[in-house]
Design a protein around this ligand. Structure first.
Ligand SMILES: Cc1cc2nc3c(=O)[nH]c(=O)nc-3n(C[C@H](O)[C@H](O)[C@H](O)COP(=O)(O)O)c2cc1C
Ligand code: SF4
Ligand code: SF4
Ligand code: SF4
Length: 622
């Protein structure tokens, strides 16, 4: 089939779907939706629709980004826009469907927003319901990599093609590989896997490398704690990534590609397998792709979930069947990569952007972002923030806009303490630096990194020393052990930080930590060791008084390090409501009803239940 026929078929399907004379229901069935109970909601939707309108259609979509509102469904009546509803239970979903479909009451008070994908579905407005684009979480966003996430059926290639999919590949195949590389270079796209190396330049190295057999690899290892962008994109729009890979393969002259994905992402793997099958059927993969004479195959390699296997040389060793250990560079993968052949490795989101760039053009993409950081970046917003989810913002946006406007600020009205970016390779940005623009250079200047896009928000109840300990614990157990500075240095840093958390820290430890950080950073072979000190370095840089409080005063102001604080009840504000005493698991709280209560320190296990529970802020950390 040529591309025109493929596109015509997809457009017909899409037009029929838009003009459906029966209700259409989208339900978010990404991992976030399923974890929140979407399967039970789906079962209820199916049984309810059987009674109301058996010809109604249900489409399982991926994640639209508002993970904090899952399970989410969208209901579209003929000629109307979709109405989104979140925080669903099976009962609530049934009530919405019966109310809207039978009585035409959309239950506006339960809705999130409306969304019209084209004019066949009205002008997008329904009284009393805001539009999707007007939501505070959505307004500052620009969705390029996530353009289809939550809006299409990830298991239906026609939905992707109808929304512009594979037209970038079709265009690329009519260009020379050099012209494709030029386009990517002009877009200013930099690798989204962490280091931010210019993608077009990397492709040029691989193109120019000698050798008839070349490989292209998609790095979907995503091991950073708190990061779920790549998983979400693969689950919600696998073709966007696969199309980018085929374009990349054509540009560098690769005939074989691998997707290296952790086995803990079964839904993403399932959707990739299906998507690859669909591509083959349409002649978008395999021999003579779209009649261009270009041949390319993709294989999926499931990794066992070791963080270090995300490092490109370790990743290739793992594909080759060896233990996933990094090796020194040069030679770089572009010269001698997989099986010793020239290889290009890119991140999931990088490929997702490539397909969009070829579909539109370089200038359009480069119009977003800053001079040196073009385009957009996806982030997984997590931690103590009101609106957790998957977002995509233009580079250069201020951190405060991300935290406050998009994320809705810190949960429970608590004070923001820091934002952690870049996972274990990144650092902690203190609340005072919220005006910082989110781009490669600004984050690096602040001592952190963009990383692959994990963004974890910390409030006043987070102990910064404990946080550094957490990341060191992670990198220590994930270090492959090949080189001594990483293997022993991270352990030494962890021991020192553990001592500080346990109340056994000495003032000299702080200086020792700085010295070991330098040694590990400079002496380690791969990025894991080279960046493992970052969480310690940035916390020492911005939160030295908190370290000093631990070491000199023997106090943990956040009330996390158990040896360094205790809980007390303030007798002046305690109302004697008894809530804490009733829930204390060890019976350490005593007091008469309506009289101030008190904690028996010899019994208290510092579980924090009373602190979390007290509505009068009477339980204090001392
Ligand atoms: C320890 C370690 C883990 C990494 N994990 C990932 C990962 O999960 N995904 C990823 O794309 N890049 C990861 N990287 C970066 C890759 O080695 C590589 O730079 C990247 O995949 C290149 O793609 P890009 O140019 O599109 O960013 C990791 C690097 C290190 C040192
Ligand atoms: S720095 Fe750490 S993870 Fe990297 S090769 Fe050395 S020991 Fe292995
Ligand atoms: S929950 Fe708070 S107000 Fe109520 S008894 Fe306990 S400390 Fe006092
Ligand atoms: S911290 Fe836990 S154990 Fe201690 S008094 Fe409060 S509820 Fe009881």
């Amino acid at each position: 089939m040529d591309f025109a026929s493929i596109k015509a078929k997809a457009d017909t399907y899409w037009r029929d779907l838009s003009n459906l004379e029966h209700p259409l229901i989208h339900i978010g069935m990404g991992t976030c939706g399923r974890a929140a109970g979407a399967e039970a909601v789906l079962a209820t939707i199916e049984s309810t629709l059987k009674d109301i309108d058996p010809l109604a259609r249900i489409i399982k979509v991926g994640c639209i980004g508002m993970c904090y509102l899952e399970p989410i469904m969208a209901v579209r009546k003929p000629g109307r826009p979709f109405i989104y509803y979140g925080d669903l239970t099976p009962k609530k979903a049934e009530q919405i469907l019966t109310s809207y479909l039978l009585k035409d009451d959309p239950k506006a008070e339960w809705s999130i927003c409306t969304l019209a994908e084209n004019s066949a579905n009205g002008n997008g407005s329904i009284d009393g319901i805001p539009r999707f684009s007007e939501l505070p979480m959505i307004r500052p966003q620009v969705r390029i990599a996530l353009r289809n996430c939550g809006l299409i059926d990830p298991e239906n290639i026609d939905e992707y093609i109808a929304r512009g999919g594979y037209s970038g590949l079709n265009k690329a195949l009519s260009m020379t590989p050099e012209a494709v590389i030029k386009e990517v270079k002009e877009s200013g796209l930099r690798g989204r896997g962490g280091a931010g190396f210019p993608t077009g330049l990397k492709w040029e190295f691989a193109r120019k490398a000698h050798g008839t057999q070349k490989y292209i690899i998609c790095n979907a290892d995503e091991g950073d704690p708190g990061a779920f962008m790549d998983r979400s994109l693969l689950e919600s729009d696998p073709h966007a990534v696969l199309e980018g890979m085929v374009i990349g393969a054509y540009a560098i002259g690769a005939s074989e590609g691998y997707i290296y994905i952790r086995a803990e992402y079964p839904l993403a793997v399932e959707r990739l397998v299906l998507a690859i099958k669909q591509m083959r059927k349409y002649g978008l993969l395999g021999k003579n792709i779209l009649g261009s004479g270009f041949n390319f195959e993709i294989k999926i390699k499931e990794g066992a979930g070791a963080f270090v296997c995300g490092e490109e040389t370790a990743l290739m060793a793992s594909i080759e069947g060896a233990r996933g250990m990094p090796r020194s560079r040069p030679p770089f993968p572009a010269q001698a990569g997989l099986w010793g052949k020239p290889t290009n490795i890119n991140n999931v989101e990088t490929f997702g952007n490539v397909s969009a760039i070829l579909e539109r053009d370089a200038r359009w993409y480069a119009s977003y972002g800053t001079e040196k950081s073009r385009g957009t970046k996806t982030f997984s917003l997590a931690g103590k923030i009101n609106r957790t989810g998957l977002i995509e913002v233009p580079m250069g946006i201020k951190l405060e806009e991300v935290i406050n406007d998009i994320g809705g600020g810190v949960r429970k009205g608590k004070r923001l303490k820091a934002v952690q970016t870049g996972g274990p390779s990144g650092g902690c940005i203190p609340a005072e630096l919220l005006h910082l623009p989110v781009d490669y250079e600004s984050l690096a200047q602040a001592g952190s990194i963009m990383g692959s896009g994990g963004m974890v928000v910390m409030d006043e109840d987070t102990c910064i020393v404990d946080m550094a300990r957490y990341f060191l614990g992670f990198t220590k157990s994930e270090s492959c052990g090949k080189c001594m500075p990483c293997r022993l240095g991270i352990k030494q840093m962890l021991d020192v930080v553990q001592d500080i958390c346990d109340g056994n820290g000495q003032p000299a430890d702080l200086e020792l930590l700085e010295r070991v950080c330098e040694a590990v950073q400079k002496g380690s072979l791969c990025g894991l060791g080279q960046t493992a000190p970052n969480p310690v370095k940035t916390t020492l840089r911005y939160f030295m008084p908190e370290y000093e409080k631990h070491v000199i005063e023997g106090k943990c102001p956040a009330g996390v390090c158990k040896h360094l604080f205790h809980y007390e009840i303030d007798p002046d504000s305690c109302t004697g409501c008894t809530a804490c005493a009733r829930k204390c698991p060890v019976g350490a709280i005593t007091g008469e009803k309506k009289q101030p209560h008190a904690i028996d320190q010899t019994l208290c296990t510092k579980c924090g239940t009373c602190y979390q529970l007290c509505k009068f802020d009477s339980v204090m950390v001392k």
